[in-house]
Design a protein around this ligand. Sequence first.
Ligand SMILES: NC(=O)c1ccc[n+]([C@@H]2O[C@H](COP(=O)([O-])OP(=O)(O)OC[C@H]3O[C@@H](n4cnc5c(N)ncnc54)[C@H](O)[C@@H]3O)[C@@H](O)[C@H]2O)c1
Length: 357
Amino acid sequence: MSELYRVAVIGTGLPWKTDGATGFGMSRAHAPGYAKSGKCEIVALADIAEANMAAFNTDLCDGKARQYTDYKEMLTTEKPDVVSIATWPHLHAEMVIAAAESGVKAIHCEKPMAGTFGEARKMAEICAMHGVQLTFNHQRRHLPTFQTAKKLIESGAIGELTRLEGSCLNMLDWGTHWLNMFQMLNGESAPVWVMGQVDVRKPHQVYGVKHDTDGMCLVGYENGVHGLLCTGETAEKAVGCSIKAFGTEGYLEIHNTAPHLRIRGKGDSALRELTGSETEGGLHGSFANHDNVVDLVNALTAGRKPLCDVSNALVTTEIIYACYESARRRGRIDLPLTIDDHPLAALVESGAFPAAL
Ligand SMILES: NC(=O)c1ccc[n+]([C@@H]2O[C@H](COP(=O)([O-])OP(=O)(O)OC[C@H]3O[C@@H](n4cnc5c(N)ncnc54)[C@H](O)[C@@H]3O)[C@@H](O)[C@H]2O)c1
């Protein structure tokens, strides 16, 4: 390919825990992926915080990118081929839709998809309508730890997969990663129903969106596998690790601390630890963000589906909002989910969790 894709970044952030940082500055983890692809050049940046944009430009673009404080003006003026969006979730829908309508070829957006299910569905619909490749940064799909676990399950190392369990801090911000991993480990079998319960013990927002402080989300998948995600500060006690996969002939554990992958499967008399290249980067290796961008660029060139395509992100998002909806309706939710709002936010606002007001 002779011509490079012209990339624009919306939401530049500052490096985590540096002066003035409001988060992780995730677009800084996208940028090396565009460089690594060898097919892209970052030509423009958009951010309401000029200092963030200037620092990004100096650190990652040799100061050559044009800077805009209005992302819509940037889209109209620059007409980029690819847009990376790393703002907070309540802005994802309007930015993805504006980018799709401006004629871009691909959009890479940070997780979670959006602050309501209606917004998430609309982003997917509008991108499909305009033929725009849309990806979300569920970058752990690229990490060796999860890829190795997937291969072990597929090879029958724990017999036939029956159950998945996971633990993390909350359903939407963190749960989006673990539920997305459930899907990958379960061969992308479609979820059929969701039943959940949540509690909010104090006002709890993550990146501006209301979250549970504790929760449980049980998912029934088409292939008969069940998934259970427990959330909250002590949720790991319920599962004993980050993700556990049970099969008819053993089990496999994914841990936050090394050794990250442990298995007691067919032929194992004790728990066996997997290390080295099979678990490189553990559960958080930043290189997965780069590999995710390389994959979406290669997918765009090849006309194939990227690993973190919107199709699997939307399934994850549907499960999360179905769990919140299950708490609102006090019952099992059969999919597809037809609501548009954020049920947990509605529950909090209705006074269902007095301590959260
Ligand atoms: N994939 C992961 O593992 C991972 C990790 C952390 C955060 N995230 C996600 O990344 C997203 C961004 O988080 P972050 O930590 O990078 O945030 P951040 O606060 O570090 O950066 C956000 C940037 O967006 C800018 N911004 C705000 N409003 C804007 C507007 N209207 N137009 C243009 N720019 C605007 C801010 O000024 C800031 O520079 C969130 O959705 C978060 O959940 C993902």
